[in-house]
Design a protein around this ligand. Structure first.
Ligand SMILES: Nc1ncnc2c1ncn2[C@@H]1O[C@H](COP(=O)(O)OP(=O)(O)O)[C@@H](O)[C@H]1O
Ligand SMILES: [Mg+2]
Length: 362
């Protein structure tokens, strides 16, 4: 790996008239990285992707690709290629003609073209499909054709704008796994746009979570999930319980807290410390809380509560448990174990928890 980032975004701003769509995006993307832009609809993901591709000019800031400033470089001169949400393939052409479309201007001989098309089709699991009519393909196959067509030009960066969102759940999950494999195989930098947090977690080396034209947090999936830096990021990525807390003391990166329902504990303080008025919120993921069954070894800490709601999923059960001394339940996810009965509403339970799993927000 070189030290030069593949993509270097420096204070990228984009206005559409008065509308401020990108509000100072700064980030670097490494060569060979699978990078995702994740955020709700309208937060600027597509806009950012299009500015990298050169379909959209930035209002200020700088975009470098592989060390080169892209100002004034048109889309067709950039080392990027884009795969769109809607399969932009030509239905009246064959699969091979679709895949080889971008090769027209390269002046390759017929044998070389055929070879390249064959390799690209193999990459996306469509070996032998070259002669088929594109309009006769399924949604998943069309998206593979679109991928092959983008990859055949050997871009340094492949930009994917919600490429799987039109597929049904099963096909989407299958394509996610295939895309990860494909990316490892070709070693090209992938930038994926998605509004689906699970998809981003499954696929990415790192994720930039965006809200309203800004990056709220940029981290690897585990850090994003376990250590979100804001309630907003925490809530966007999975489920998180929030409990009110009071800060008893703070210093050297640690904070002593009194957490409603859980009691006194010490946790890591967020960078920059906590707001000074003493009141705050802690978060905890449902799987970091455990219902302690009889005879089970005690966890670090425990608290008592009452089951408010039971949602059975087969392999998992979600319990909403109201801890004594609190007015709102916390959600606890438990993996079901053969021979252990599911609890009923109103059951009294002991809940195990660990201060290390609590997240304190600024
Ligand atoms: N060509 C355009 N002209 C004016 N506003 C635009 C244009 N393209 C996008 N926008 C606005 O910029 C914001 C971000 O859009 P977009 O990047 O498409 O969001 P996302 O891909 O995250 O859903 C939206 O509010 C959208 O309406
Ligand atoms: Mg979009």
């Amino acid at each position: 790996m070189t030290d030069t980032p593949m993509i270097d975004l420096s204070d990228v701003q984009k206005y559409y008239g008065d509308y401020h769509a990108l509000r100072g995006i700064t980030a670097t993307i490494r060569p060979g990285e699978f990078f995702s832009l994740l955020g709700p609809s309208g937060c600027g993901k597509t806009t950012l992707l299009r500015t990298i591709a050169g379909f959209e000019e930035i209002s200020s800031g700088m975009i470098r690709i592989d060390g080169r400033d892209m100002a004034g470089v048109p889309a067709n001169r950039r080392p990027t290629n884009m795969v769109f949400q809607s399969y932009a393939i030509f239905p009246h052409l064959s699969v091979a003609e679709n895949v080889g479309f971008g090769l027209r201007r390269l002046g390759l001989d017929a044998a070389e073209k055929t070879r390249r098309i064959g390799t690209a089709l193999e990459m996306v699991g469509l070996a032998g499909y070259g002669a088929r009519a594109a309009h006769a393909l399924s949604g998943g196959q069309r998206q593979r054709v679109a991928l092959a067509r983008a990859l055949i030009l050997k871009p340094k960066v492949l930009l994917l704008d919600e490429p799987l969102s039109a597929l049904d759940k099963k096909m989407r999950e299958q394509m996610q796994v295939e895309l990860i494999k494909l990316q490892r195989q070709v070693g090209i930098t992938f930038i994926l746009v998605t509004h689906d947090q699970e998809e981003a977690l499954v696929m990415s080396d790192r994720i930039a979570v965006m809200f309203e034209g800004e990056i709220a947090q940029l981290a690897d999936p585990e850090t994003l999930y376990r250590r979100p830096t804001s309630r907003r990021v925490a809530e966007f990525i999975g489920v998180m319980n929030f409990l009110p807390a009071t800060i008893v003391s703070e210093g050297s990166g640690r904070a002593a807290l009194e957490v409603q329902g859980l009691g006194r504990c010490e946790v890591d303080a967020p960078p920059g410390g906590v707001a000074s008025d003493g009141g705050t919120t802690v978060g905890m993921r449902p799987e970091t809380l455990t219902i302690l069954y009889d005879g089970q070894a005690p966890t670090d800490r425990s608290a008592d509560g009452t089951v408010d709601e039971v949602v059975y999923y087969g392999d998992m059960t979600y319990y909403d448990v109201r801890l004594d001394g609190t007015d709102r339940p916390v959600r606890i996810s438990m993996r079901n174990v053969f021979g252990r009965p599911v609890l009923n509403i109103k059951a009294r339970v002991r809940v195990g928890w660990s201060p290390g799993a609590l997240v304190l927000f600024r």
